[in-house]
Design a protein around this ligand. Structure first.
Ligand code: AMP
Length: 281
C-alpha cells in the first residue's frame, strides 16, 4: 500500500493509473476507521480497479467549539485495516499543505445545507465541500463512495459534483451499526459507559417512527413526536439537537409526507454529538 502525502504526489500517481487504463475508486475519511468505513471500501472495490482512501481530519468543517482536538486518531491501526482490506493507496495530506498561509477559497452548495446539521453547524458543509473538492482534484476518482449515515453530506456532495461538472460518480453505502443498533461512528469511543448504553435509543426512536409511517401516519409532527418520546424514555441524558423530516430532493422541512422524505436526528451526549436517519419512502 503506497502512502501519498501531497496533492502533487497524489495527482501524479492517479495520472499514471489512468494512463494504464485503471478506474480509481475513492473513499474519503477522517480516520479512526470502523466497519462502516471499510464497507465503503468494499463497495469502491466492486466499482473500480484500484481503491484510494484518504485520512484527513479536516479543520475547516469543525466549528470553534467543536471536537477537532478531541477527534479520535489511530493512524497505524487505520493503515493496517486498509492494507488488510486490499486498499492500494492512502492519501494522507498535512493540514499545512491543504490550508497554507493565505488560503482563501471555499466551495459552498446553496439551499441543501439550510436545515438539519447545516442549521446547527454553521460553515460545516462549506468545510466539507471545500475539502472534498481538494481531495477530488488530487485523487481524480472515477467513483467515490460516501455513507448514508451522513445523508445530508452525501446529498450536498452529489449536488456539487453535478453542478460543478466533476465527472466523478457518487455512490452511497448503507449505515453500518453495532449489534445494539447504534450507528457506527468514530465518535462512539468518546461516549461514557452510561451514555453508550443510552445511545441505541436514536435508532429505536427512528424505528418506531418508521413503523408508524409504514402503518400510514403522514404527519411530520406525529412522527417527530414518536422519536422524541422514545428518546425521553430511553436516553434521559441525551440533549436533542434536532429531530427533522425533510424532502429527499431539496432537504426542506415537510409537514405532510407526500414525497420521499428523510427523518434525521442529532443528539448530544455530553459534548459528543451523534446523528442517525431513516428514509421514509
Ligand atoms: P468520517 O470519517 O466520519 O468523515 O466518515 C467517512 C465516510 O464514512 C463518510 O462517507 C461517512 O458517511 C461514512 N460513514 C461513517 N460512519 C458510517 C457508518 N456507520 N456506516 C456507513 N458509513 C459510514
Amino acid at each position: 500500500m503506497i502512502r501519498l502525502q501531497t496533492a502533487t504526489e497524489m495527482r501524479e500517481w492517479s495520472q499514471l493509473q489512468h494512463a494504464s487504463g485503471k478506474r480509481i475508486g475513492f473513499v474519503p475519511t477522517m480516520g479512526f476507521l470502523h466497519e462502516g468505513h471499510l464497507t465503503l471500501v468494499d463497495i469502491a472495490a466492486e466499482q473500480s480497479d484500484l481503491v484510494v482512501v484518504s485520512i484527513f481530519v479536516n479543520p475547516t468543517q469543525f466549528g470553534p467549539n467543536e471536537d477537532f482536538d478531541k477527534y479520535p486518531r489511530d493512524m497505524e491501526g487505520d493503515l493496517a485495516k486498509l492494507e488488510a482490506r486490499g486498499v492500494v493507496a492512502v492519501y494522507l495530506p498535512e493540514i499545512s499543505s491543504m490550508y497554507p498561509d493565505g488560503y482563501a477559497t471555499y466551495v459552498a452548495v446553496e439551499r441543501l445545507g439550510d436545515h438539519l446539521c447545516g442549521a446547527s453547524r454553521p460553515n460545516h458543509f462549506r468545510g466539507v465541500t471545500t475539502v472534498v473538492t481538494k481531495l477530488f482534484h488530487a485523487v481524480h476518482p472515477d467513483v467515490a463512495v460516501f455513507g448514508q449515515k451522513d445523508a445530508q453530506q452525501a446529498a450536498i456532495i452529489k449536488r456539487m459534483t453535478i453542478d460543478l461538472d466533476f465527472g466523478t460518480e457518487i455512490i452511497l453505502g448503507p449505515i453500518l451499526r453495532e449489534k445494539d443498533g447504534l450507528a457506527m461512528s468514530s465518535r462512539n469511543v468518546r461516549l461514557s459507559d452510561v451514555h453508550r448504553a443510552q445511545a441505541p435509543a436514536l435508532q429505536r426512536g427512528l424505528k418506531s417512527a418508521w413503523k408508524l409511517y409504514n402503518a400510514g401516519v403522514r404527519s411530520a409532527t406525529d412522527l417527530k413526536r414518536e422519536v422524541e418520546t422514545t428518546l425521553k424514555q430511553d436516553a434521559p441524558d441525551g440533549r436533542v439537537d434536532y429531530i427533522e423530516i425533510v424532502d429527499l430532493d431539496q432537504l426542506q422541512p415537510v409537514a405532510t409526507i407526500d414525497v420521499p422524505a428523510l427523518l434525521a436526528i442529532a443528539v448530544f451526549f455530553g459534548d459528543v454529538r451523534l446523528i442517525d436517519n431513516v428514509e421514509l419512502v
